[in-house]
Design a protein around this ligand. Structure first.
Ligand SMILES: C[S@@+](CC[C@H](N)C(=O)[O-])C[C@H]1O[C@@H](n2cnc3c(N)ncnc32)[C@H](O)[C@@H]1O
Length: 255
């Protein structure tokens, strides 16, 4: 096989459970062509660099589908106190740091993900951002922030899929409402909430309804300042509109 100049090999990850549902064999990581990659592969995304665990990390090791959203969040982060919930290896928080955030709090339940987030922090140079890492359940952490009267200029909510199928959508909607309501209350005046749903079964309309209800219960007004989708390298087949699984809404509080 002949590779493009920047490509030194091709590997396969065949470990997603969904393969079994499709009748495909479930395997592990295998190099199909070329060189065995290092334990952590360094990638660039816009102005940022990240270390990616291509063998054991989620998906390909990095949530490439959120590329456009990370750029959008970075563009709003200068001088901000940022809370990055469901941080994984720090993506949104690293962008905020690179773009001049005053502070970034990265929250995730996975210790391994946060350890890699700390390594990613070290790849950002010349930066005065205060960094905090919290290994905790986001549902609990948001309540703790409420009780401690903490507030933030920007909050990112990028949870895992809450609905695996249509039958779980209403339960998922309650989960989305819970975290969005808590986050809306924690925002400083004119603060920004970047909120996402990667549940294909959760329609854009239902997600918008959940956010509107959360805002009403929070007693605050918001403007939608941007909407994001999965990156262009995750195209949606015309015959399978459900493939548009990732929805992002960036809201600004009107105070
Ligand atoms: C969709 S990924 C986030 C991707 C990340 N925003 C990025 O850009 O790379 C979801 C993350 O949520 C974490 N997670 C799942 N449930 C959680 C919970 N209840 N509290 C905190 N983190 C959780 C997972 O460990 C995973 O890292």
């Amino acid at each position: 096989m002949k590779f493009a100049p920047f490509c030194t090999g091709v590997a396969e990850r065949a470990d997603a459970d969904v393969r079994a549902k499709e009748g495909l064999p479930v395997g592990g990581f295998a190099v199909l062509e070329g060189a065995e990659p290092p334990e952590l592969v360094e990638i660039s995304e816009g102005p940022c660099k990240f270390l990616v665990d291509v063998r054991k990390g989620h998906k390909t090791g990095f949530y490439l589908d959120q590329r456009d959203a990370r750029m959008a969040v970075g563009s709003l982060a200068n001088g901000a106190d940022v809370l990055n919930c469901f941080a994984y290896t720090g993506g949104f928080g690293i962008f905020a740091r690179q773009c001049g955030a005053a502070s970034v709090t990265q929250v995730d339940v996975s210790r391994d993900a946060l350890e890699l987030a700390k390594k990613n922090e070290a790849l950002v140079h010349l930066c005065g951002t205060t960094m905090e890492y919290v290994e905790e359940d986001v549902f609990k952490f948001l309540r703790k922030c409420r009780d401690e009267r903490r507030s933030f200029d920007m909050i990112v909510l990028d949870p895992p899929k809450f609905a695996e199928s249509r039958s779980q959508v209403m339960k998922a909607a309650r989960g989305y409402k819970d975290i969005n309501l808590l986050a809306m209350k924690l925002l400083k005046p004119n603060g920004v909430l970047a909120t996402f749903s990667c549940s294909g079964a959760m329609t854009e309309e239902l997600f918008a309804k959940v956010l509107a209800e959360a805002a009403e219960d929070a007693g605050r007004d918001f403007q939608t300042i941007a909407k994001t989708r999965q990156g262009a390298d995750h195209p949606v087949a015309l015959s399978f509109p459900e493939g548009a699984y990732l929805k992002g809404v960036i809201l600004r509080a009107v105070d």
